[in-house]
Design a protein around this ligand. Structure first.
Ligand code: ATP
Ligand code: MG
Length: 405
C-alpha cells in the first residue's frame, strides 16, 4: 500500500496543560533528528496530532525509526484522498484489501475537523459501512473490539484513511525533563537505567570510568558501543571518559581491603557530581539494584551516597536481575554487555568487600588518600566524544570473539 502520511498521536503530553507547546516543539525536533535519513518528509506538528507527510519515502523504514522516539503513544500510516466520496470509496477498498484479511471483523470510526463537509460523522460511518458491505461482503461489522478499525478523518485539506495503529515507545520527549549524567559501566544494568532515563524525557550524558592498563581498549570500546545502542532514542549522546587508574591505585595502596570498594565508589560519585555540575546536569542516574551485590546494599548506599547532595536516580533499583535482562534484550544491549571485557571495578574488587560498611570508618579511611588532588587530575584527563547510532568501536571481529567464547 502506498501511504501518504504517518499520523502520530502524542503520549502523556496531552495531559500537560500549558507545557504542551514546548513538549510538542521538542518532540518535533526529536522526530526530525530521528528521521534525518529521509530528506523528502514534511513534518507538521499540530495541537493534537503530528502529521508526517511521506512524499514518496518508504513508510516501513520511517515507522521503524519512529517507533524509537519517546513521547509518542501510537501512530497510523494513512492515505490522503481528495474530498470526493467516489475517490474515498475507491481508496478505502484498496486499503482494506491490502490490510484486512478475509472474514475479519471491523468498524468505521470517523473524526471530523472540517465541519463544513457534506457528511457528518454519523453519516460518514453509515456511508462507508454501506459501501463496504457491498464491496467486501466477507467482512463482519462489530462495534466492540473489532479486529480492525477503519479510521476516517475529514480534515480541511483532504480525507485521511487508515486501518493500522502501531504502538509507539511511550514516555516523554527526550529533553523535556532536563539533563542528567548516567554512570555507564560495561555491564547489563546501567544501559537499561539509561533507557529508562531517556524514556522519562531526561537527556543523558554518559560518564565512564576506565583504568588503563588494567582495563583494555576493548572495555572502553564496549562502553562506547553501548552508548551507540541508546543513541537512536535521541540522535546522539555525549560520552565522557574519566581516567580512574591513579585513584584506584592509591585507594588500593592506602585503604583497608574491606573498604576498598566503598571508597572507590565514593570517588566515582564525587567525580560524577563534579562533572554533572560543570555540564549543567541536575541529577545522576546509575544502574544500582538494591541487594544485587555488596556495593548495592542499603548500608553501602548510605556510605557511598554520603559524598553528594545531588539527586541520584536508580531506575532499576527494585527490579530482579532477570527482569533487567529482559529489557536489555529488548533494547539490544544484552549481547554487548555480556562480552567479557573487565571494567575498572571488577579488577580492583577485593575478594570480600564489606556488605555493611560503617559510615564513620569509611570517612576515616578516606582521610588516607588525597581526595582533592586525585579528583583534579582525573577531571583534567577527561575526554568527551559525541556518539551516534551508526558508530562502532569494538573491532569488526566482535562476532568472531563472541563465537569463540
Ligand atoms: P552494571 O551491570 O551496570 O555494570 P553491576 O550490577 O555490575 O551494574 P556495579 O558494577 O556494582 O553493578 O556498578 C553499579 C553501578 O555503578 C553501575 O550500574 C554504574 O551505574 C556504576 N558504575 C560501575 N562501574 C562503572 C564505571 N566503570 N564507569 C561508570 N559507572 C560505573
Ligand atoms: Mg558492573
Amino acid at each position: 500500500m502506498q501511504y501518504s502520511e504517518i499520523m502520530v498521536r502524542y503520549g502523556e503530553l496531552s495531559t500537560k496543560g500549558k507545557n504542551r507547546q514546548s513538549f510538542i516543539s521538542r518532540l518535533n525536533g526529536n522526530v526530525a533528528k530521528a528521521l534525518h535519513e529521509f530528506p523528502n518528509l514534511t513534518i507538521r506538528p499540530k495541537r493534537d496530532r503530528m502529521h508526517i507527510e511521506l512524499n514518496g519515502e518508504d513508510s516501513d523504514a520511517v515507522m521503524h525509526r519512529l517507533s524509537q522516539v519517546f513521547g509518542i503513544q501510537n501512530f497510523s500510516p494513512s492515505v490522503a484522498v481528495p474530498k470526493d466520496m467516489d475517490l474515498v470509496h475507491e481508496k478505502a477498498l484498496e486499503l482494506m484489501n491490502a490490510t484486512v484479511p478475509e472474514g475479519s471483523s471491523y468498524k468505521v470510526n470517523t473524526r471530523r475537523s472540517d465541519h463544513s463537509f457534506e457528511l457528518d460523522t454519523n453519516q460518514m460511518n453509515l456511508d462507508m459501512g454501506d459501501f463496504l458491505s457491498d464491496a467486501r461482503p466477507d467482512l463482519v461489522v462489530q462495534m466492540r473490539q473489532p479486529d480492525f478499525i477503519l479510521r476516517v478523518e475529514v480534515r480541511r485539506e483532504a480525507i485521511y484513511l487508515s486501518t493500522t495503529t502501531v504502538q509507539g515507545a511511550g514516555g516523554l520527549p527526550v529533553g523535556t525533563a532536563g539533563k542528567a549524567v548516567l554512570m555507564l559501566s560495561g555491564g547489563i544494568d546501567s544501559p537499561v537505567a539509561g533507557y529508562y532515563a531517556l524514556k522519562r524525557g531526561v537527556e543523558i550524558e554518559m560518564v565512564h570510568f576506565f583504568s588503563p592498563p588494567y582495563t583494555s581498549d576493548s572495555a572502553l570500546a564496549k562502553a562506547k558501543d553501548l552508548t551507540a545502542k541508546l543513541a537512536p532514542y535521541v540522535g546522539s549522546i555525549k560520552f565522557i571518559q574519566v581516567p580512574f587508574t591513579e585513584t584506584q591505585e592509591e585507594v588500593k595502596a592506602k585503604v583497608p581491603e574491606g573498604y576498598l570498594m566503598t571508597v572507590q565508589r565514593r570517588m566515582m560519585l564525587r567525580l560524577a557530581t563534579a562533572i554533572a555540575e560543570n555540564r549543567g546536569a541536575l541529577a545522576i542516574f546509575n544502574g544500582e539494584a538494591v541487594g544485587q551485590v555488596a556495593s548495592q546494599t542499603l548500608e553501602s548506599m548510605v556510605a557511598i551516597n554520603d559524598v553528594t547532595t545531588m539527586p541520584i536516580v536508580r531506575p532499576v533499583a527494585t527490579m530482579d536481575k532477570n527482569e533487567i535482562i529482559k529489557v536489555a534484550e529488548d533494547i539490544d544491549t544484552y549481547d554487548l554487555s555480556i562480552m567479557p571485557f573487565e571494567d575498572c571495578c571488577t579488577i580492583f574488587a577485593p575478594p570480600a568487600p564489606k556488605t555493611k560498611p560503617n559510615l564513620d570508618k569509611t570517612r576515616y579511611y578516606e582521610t588516607k588518600i588525597d581526595v582533592e588532588g586525585l579528583m583534579n587530575r582525573a577531571l583534567e584527563g577527561i575526554k568527551v566524544t559525541e556518539i551516534k547510532s551508526s558508530d562502532h568501536f569494538l573491532s569488526q571481529d566482535r562476532d568472531l570473539i563472541a563465537e569463540l567464547l
